[in-house]
Design a protein around this ligand. Structure first.
Ligand code: KIV
Ligand code: ZN
Length: 541
């Protein structure tokens, strides 16, 4: 590494400091996770009781301050889960959601939950077309039900005016003040439909805070309909809020909620604001939620997506090898991705190969895989990688390994005894698959040649049978194909076919080999020839 900043774990824009010093940022932000409630409201997600418990335990390990375990009125399953999670004795506070309705609140009480989150819509749109209530009726309900909840939960009451950002601001403040007067100590200001901008949200938050008593915890709950959930949440914190409601992977209603990983790491890395989150568990938590929700993490998702710390372009990869901070603002280890800044780790895990790959990174990658290649071989491998890339395919490390092995051959060129001269295959409807193989063999200094034809159940079988016949013609005895595996390593009909074979001679001696080629008949035959060459090379030795 040549850069003096190479040892830095974080390297962000120095200009942030100039503006953030004028902000009234809190020292610490509470993280309220609603993966089990709003997250589970994602169409397509439904967790079992055991899965909910597993997620709650992981959130507790992660250090979230509040876990919204569910809304017990919704179903028996939610009810059981809220009850079971409340019983776990977690350090995180377990909260249950309820409409401003007695039946809902009673269910949260029955589940023996530590805290309650009550909500009612306040926008005129919702009042008129959903609740069929007047503003006065809403205010009355807030007062009555928050007071009722207070008798059980004391100060552990959060109130949300649903659709707050589309609510008349004076009425929003009035509703929030009614909840505070009735006993709520936490006021959430949800952007229910994700229709606010960062400055707009900051304005609403500031206006509310200026009217609230000082001991009120102001919470943010942003939806991602315009992709602004994280930005809006951060704007709300800049405006003085001290709690952020988030979900793991940003899962939630419609386009989701503010993503916990993004909010927490932005606060930590970009704003220097503390949360109680143990960052080193972020990656494992995301992976758990990915597995249990069956929602694959998008490859390009910030922080935890597969590409978040990977580089393909020659310029980027070369620079990252010199100093990862050139194109990675912080070390992935910070969020628990098992990859350090050590050169071996960076080359092995952070560099992807593809058509944009530069010579430097491809060389480093091949070296890390243990290959030592000549310039010609290197160029051939590089061309092969670019060919695959140009077909729109991804080249995994495994693919690169296979390409290199195939290119170099399992047996060095000078020891190769057999060479494929010709392979012809005919197959189709109402045609018996037939193959002809012409093979050259090097005996001392000259090459001899044999040819054979055979039929089979398909083109690969016919070609393998023809090759086996040629082999026998050379007088090497019978060689039986005892194992054959084929898989497509790059996807699609023009994928590379990787064939692995095991052949066994009459004495039971087995030889394993493999080959890669876009034509599966070719990769099958080449795998067998590679194995035969190895067999002969060993015999010679
Ligand atoms: O988006 C929303 O308004 C909600 C409330 C229940 C807080 O999820
Ligand atoms: Zn929501």
């Amino acid at each position: 590494m040549t850069d003096p900043n190479a040892t830095k774990k974080i390297f962000i824009s120095p200009h942030i400091g100039k503006v953030s010093k004028n902000l009234n940022l809190p020292e610490c932000v509470h993280i309220f996770d609603t993966s089990l409630r709003d997250g589970e409201q994602s169409p397509g997600i439904s967790y079992t009781l055991e899965q909910k418990i597993q997620i709650a335990e992981q959130l507790n390990k992660l250090g979230v301050d509040v876990i919204e375990a569910g809304m017990p009125i919704v179903s028996q399953g939610d009810y059981e889960a809220c009850k079971a999670i409340s019983k776990l004795g977690l350090e995180s506070e377990v909260i249950g959601l309820a409409r401003i309705e007695r039946v809902d609140i009673d269910k949260v009480i029955e589940c023996d939950m530590e805290a309650i989150h009550v909500f009612i819509a306040t926008s005129d749109l919702h009042l008129k077309d959903k609740l069929k209530m007047t503003r006065e009726q809403v205010l009355e309900a807030i007062t009555k039900e928050v007071e009722y909840a207070k008798a059980h939960f004391g100060e552990k009451i959060e109130f949300s005016a649903e659709d707050a950002t589309r609510t008349d601001l004076d009425f929003l403040i009035e509703a929030n003040l009614a909840a505070i007067e009735a006993g709520a100590k936490r006021i959430n200001i949800p952007d229910t439909v994700g229709t606010i901008t960062p400055p707009g949200y900051a304005y609403i938050i500031k206006e509310n805070i200026s009217r609230f008593p000082k001991d009120i915890r102001v919470s943010l709950h942003c939806h991602n309909d315009f992709g602004l959930a994280t930005a809006n949440t951060l704007a709300g914190i800049e405006a003085g809020a001290t709690q952020a409601e988030t979900t793991i992977l940003g899962l939630g209603e419609r386009a989701g909620n503010a993503c916990l990983e993004e909010v927490v790491m932005s606060l930590h890395v970009l704003y220097g604001v503390r949360t109680n989150i143990k960052h080193q568990y972020l990656y494992e938590t995301s992976k758990l939620v990915e597995r249990l929700s069956s929602f694959p993490i998008p490859t390009n998702l910030p922080l935890v997506g597969e590409n978040a710390f990977r580089h393909e372009s020659g310029i980027h990869a070369h620079a990252v090898i010199m100093n990862p901070r050139t194109y990675e603002p912080f070390t992935p280890e910070m969020i628990g991705i098992p990859r350090t800044d050590r050169l071996e780790d960076v080359v092995e895990q952070a560099i992807s190969v593809g058509k944009h790959t530069g010579g430097h990174s491809l060389g480093a990658k091949l070296k890390s895989m243990g290959f030592s290649v000549s310039k010609t071989q290197f160029n051939e491998i590089r061309n092969r990688v670019k060919e695959i890339g140009d077909k729109g395919k991804q080249v995994t490390d495994m693919d690169l390994y296979e390409i290199a092995i195939n290119m170099l051959g399992e047996v060095p060129e000078e020891l190769s005894t057999l060479k494929l001269e010709e392979l012809t295959v005919t197959c189709g409807k109402n045609v018996t698959p037939t193959a002809t193989v012409r093979l050259k063999i090097k005996i001392d200094d000259h090459w001899d040649e044999r040819v054979s034809a055979a039929i089979g159940v398909g083109p690969v079988d016919a070609a393998c049978n023809a090759l086996a016949k040629v082999w026998e013609k050379f007088g090497f005895g019978k060689m039986t194909l005892t194992e054959y595996h084929l898989d497509a390593i790059t996807g699609g009909t023009d994928a590379l076919g990787r064939v692995k074979v095991r052949m066994t001679d009459v004495f039971g001696k087995a030889v394993d080999s493999r080959a890669v080629n876009p034509d599966i008949v070719m990769s099958s035959i080449q795998a067998m020839i590679n194995g035969m060459n190895r067999y002969l090379a060993e015999k010679k030795r």
